[in-house]
Ligand binder design. Structure first.
Ligand code: FE2
Length: 208
C-alpha cells in the first residue's frame, strides 16, 4: 500500500513538474530512503517522510502572484515575510496544497516537513531535518555549496560522529552557506533561517 502510494505520488510529480524539477524531487526521494536507514526511522516515519518528499516542491513552478492567488483559494494567509522572501513561498503554499489535494497521503508530520523545508525552524523533528538536508544534498544538485555540504555530512558520518550530531552540524553549515549566498545576492534573509541556525548552535554548545 505504501509502495503504491509512492508510485501514485511519483506520477503526480512527473505530471505537475518539469523534467528538471521532477528529477530533483525523485533524487531527494532516493536520498531520504538512504537517510531513513541511517537514522533508523520506523516504517511509518519513513512513509511520512517520503510522502512529504514527493510533494515538497509541488507548487514550486508558481510565480509570486500565483502563490498569492493560490493562497487565497486555499484559504491560508501568507505572511509578509514570505512574500518578501519569495523562495520560501512554495513551502507554505505547497504544504497547504498537499494537505488539501493529497489528504490521504499527508499526515501532520508530512505537512510540517513540507512547511519548513526552505528555512528550517526552531526545534525541528527528525523528519523535518531529513527533508531539509536531503533537499540540499541530493546528488543532482551540482552547486559547489551543495557538494561541500554533502561531502561534509558523509565524511563526518564516516569518521564515526553520532548521526544526529552530524545532521545538526551539517544543517548549520548549510544555513551558513545559504545566508552567505543571500548576502552576496543582496537578498533578504527569512528570520526563520537565522532562528534555526541559532537554535541548533545553542544545542551543540550544550552537547560539548
Ligand atoms: Fe526541493
Amino acid at each position: 500500500m505504501e509502495y503504491n502510494s509512492h508510485e501514485y505520488l511519483k506520477g503526480e510529480v512527473k505530471k505537475k513538474l518539469d523534467d528538471f524539477r521532477a528529477a530533483h524531487v525523485l533524487s531527494v526521494y532516493e536520498e531520504c530512503k538512504k537517510l531513513a536507514d541511517i537514522f533508523k526511522l520506523s516504517e511509518s516515519e519513513k512513509g511520512s517522510l517520503l510522502n512529504a518528499v514527493l510533494l515538497h516542491d509541488i507548487t514550486k513552478p508558481l510565480s509570486t502572484r500565483e502563490h498569492i492567488e493560490l493562497a487565497q483559494r486555499l484559504g491560508i494567509t501568507l505572511e509578509n515575510e514570505n512574500i518578501l522572501c519569495p523562495k520560501t513561498l512554495h513551502a507554505v503554499t505547497g504544504a497547504a496544497y498537499a494537505k488539501k489535494y493529497y489528504a490521504d497521503y499527508v499526515n501532520d508530520e508530512s505537512y510540517k516537513a513540507i512547511l519548513c523545508h526552505t528555512t528550517g525552524k526552531v526545534n525541528m523533528s527528525l523528519c523535518e531535518k531529513l527533508l531539509y538536508i536531503a533537499d540540499y544534498i541530493e546528488p543532482t544538485r551540482k552547486f559547489n555549496d551543495c557538494i561541500q555540504v554533502r561531502e561534509r555530512f558523509y565524511s563526518s558520518l564516516d569518521q564515526g560522529t553520532p548521526a544526529t550530531l552530524c545532521l545538526d552540524r551539517t544543517i548549520v553549515y548549510s544555513l551558513d552557506l545559504t545566508i552567505n549566498q543571500l548576502i552576496a545576492e543582496g537578498a533578504r534573509i527569512h528570520p526563520d533561517t537565522v532562528k534555526t541556525r541559532n537554535f541548533l548552535l545553542e544545542g551543540q554548545r550544550e552537547q560539548k
